[in-house]
Design a protein around this ligand. Structure first.
Ligand code: NDP
Length: 498
């Protein structure tokens, strides 16, 4: 057994909110998080209230207005972010363990995500200094135009449970690089690594009030953030349902919004694809993180001619995926994050036979019984109108549909309210480029899947969201643009004086 895990099982970690550089208990109850793989408590956090949000917003607003962050040089901000990146690197083991125990993801995957986050923090540090405006020296001798980028202000950052530390790293350092201050609300299931990140930023010397964390339930904490008039922008990652409610709730002061929401992501397999490579990529794309990824490839759209050999390969691979204890090094797929999500996945799988499809493999809960494990699942006989082809299942569940022509495949791919990601497997350059250009999604993969880097912007088309995170857009997203025109002594008087 792992000694770090043992010590957390015997003494769960316990956190307060982090506001204005201090731990703050607030008056809310305590939320206990049980490991979804082991069924035992691993951490406790505070159930925040609207009062806690007010306190955090006041601290962030004070710091934003009174100086010490937005007005320091970008080089200074970058230095803080690099220090934070280095400290993350020094604390990988502690961060990864609690991430695994709260989220259920395999320990090796947690370590990979924490290490990957170091690169995101370093990249954002570079972007802090790369951010710039424009000049327009084209108005003749008398006028000069400047386009300034300024931090948008106080940002509310609401994150989900599927990639708690990674999603934080895709947003928080970019928000800070832009010069904004922030109030973060992590998911109540996976709050610890966000609070540990607050500790890291404090240890890196980031001034009090720049980063504040209020834990607790979506309502009231998330709701109070979205509605708060002291917050200028909200970055929300989670379900389309709550994202849509955030649009309404943020209307009070017409906040800027960045939303990364659900997906029902298509995977097209053409008849000329390398079926062995495609099958492995497809199984990875739907099983990684137990299918709890906004970019999971969950709709398989296959050329009729290769449907049989491809589905045989996928079934064989799915049976070999190692589902089990996330602390076991051999495990590839851990449990679903909580019982409600697991029951939802099983219910959605159940709609498939009811609506005329069939379960080709998986489809059920697997032992151990004290964990929420679901077997990798392939569903056949699926039509685009069926529930399993339309709803985001957020589990290791793949719905397979046939096509005759590439145009049909693209129509099926786009036959969804979502537009987060899409994948195509083919050896033809023409087919891959055609599909890449026609599929309405923020991210497209060709002969690979779920890969990326800090340089690449992420976000969704249609009901998958608004705005872009990471890449060159990552920092710009958290800025306002100001046009300034400067008279150089040539302005003629308008009022004709006698
Ligand atoms: P939610 O959208 O409910 O949760 C995401 C975050 O929003 C959490 O921090 C949550 O808090 C918070 N939240 C909940 N209600 C509100 C509110 N009224 N105002 C502001 N913030 C709020 O997702 P779920 O966790 O319920 O998952 C349900 C489904 O959402 C999944 O099955 C999946 O389909 C999708 N999802 C998509 C994700 C993505 O990456 N795109 C990530 C997670 C889920 P808390 O949970 O602490 O109450």
């Amino acid at each position: 057994m792992n000694t770090l895990a043992d010590s957390i099982f015997s003494t769960p970690r316990s956190f307060d909110h982090f506001i204005d550089g201090q731990w703050h208990a607030g008056r809310g109850d305590t939320i206990v998080r049980n490991s979804p793989a082991h069924g035992v408590p691993v951490s406790t956090v505070r159930a925040g209230t609207a009062e806690d949000v007010d306190r955090a917003v006041a601290a962030a607003r004070r710091r934003f207005e009174k100086g010490g962050w937005a007005n320091i040089t970008s080089a200074q901000r970058a230095t803080y972010l690099r220090r934070a990146a280095d400290l993350i690197g020094e604390r990988v083991d502690a961060l990864a363990m609690i991430e695994t125990l709260e989220s259920g993801k395999p320990l090796a995957q947690s370590k990979g995500e924490i290490e990957g986050a170091v690169a995101l923090w370093h990249y954002a540090a570079g972007q802090a200094q790369a951010l710039h405006g424009e000049t327009h020296n084209t108005f003749g001798d008398g006028l000069l135009g400047l386009v300034l980028r300024e931090p948008v202000g106080v940002v509310g950052l609401i994150t989900p449970w599927n990639f708690p530390f990674w999603i934080l790293a895709e947003r928080l350092p970019f928000i800070l690089a832009a010069g904004c201050t922030v109030v973060v609300k992590p998911s109540e299931y996976t709050s610890s690594t966000t609070l540990m990140m607050a500790e890291i930023l404090r240890d890196a010397g980031v001034p009090d009030g720049v980063v504040n964390v209020v834990t607790g339930y979506g309502d009231p904490v998330g709701q109070a953030i979205v509605e708060h008039r002291g917050i200028d922008m909200v970055s929300f990652t989670g379900s389309t349902r709550v994202g849509r409610s955030a649009v309404v709730a943020s209307a009070g002061n017409l906040k800027k919004l960045s939303l990364e929401l659900g997906g029902k992501n298509p995977v097209i397999v053409c008849a000329d694809a390398d079926l062995d490579k495609a099958a492995d990529g497809i199984v990875y794309g739907v099983c990684f993180n137990a299918g709890q990824c906004c970019v999971s490839g969950s709709r398989l759209i296959v050329a009729k001619d290769v449907m049989q050999p491809l589905s045989e390969r996928i079934v064989a691979l799915m049976k070999q995926v190692r589902v089990g204890d996330p602390l076991d090094e051999a495990t590839q797929v851990g449990p679903i994050v909580n019982e409600a999500q697991m029951q939802r996945i099983l219910r959605l799988i159940g709609t498939c036979p009811d609506e005329g499809g069939r379960v080709l493999t998986g489809g059920e809960r697997v032992p151990p019984e004290n964990g929420y494990f679901v077997a990798p699942t392939l569903l056949g006989g699926v039509q685009s109108s069926m529930t399993v082809a339309r709803e985001e299942i957020f589990g290791p569940v793949l719905a397979m549909m046939p096509f005759d022509t590439l145009e049909q495949a693209i129509d099926l791919a786009n036959d969804t309210d979502y537009g987060l990601s899409a994948t195509v497997w083919t050896q033809s350059l023409d087919q891959s480029m055609h599909a890449m250009r026609k599929m309405r999604a923020g991210r497209v993969w060709v002969n690979t899947t779920i890969t990326g880097g800090p340089e690449m912007p992420i976000g969704g088309y249609k009901e998958s969201g608004l705005g872009r995170e990471t890449g060159l857009q990552g920092v710009a997203e958290y800025t306002e643009v100001k046009s300034a025109l400067i008279d150089l002594g040539a302005r003629q008087k308008w009022v004709r004086t006698a």
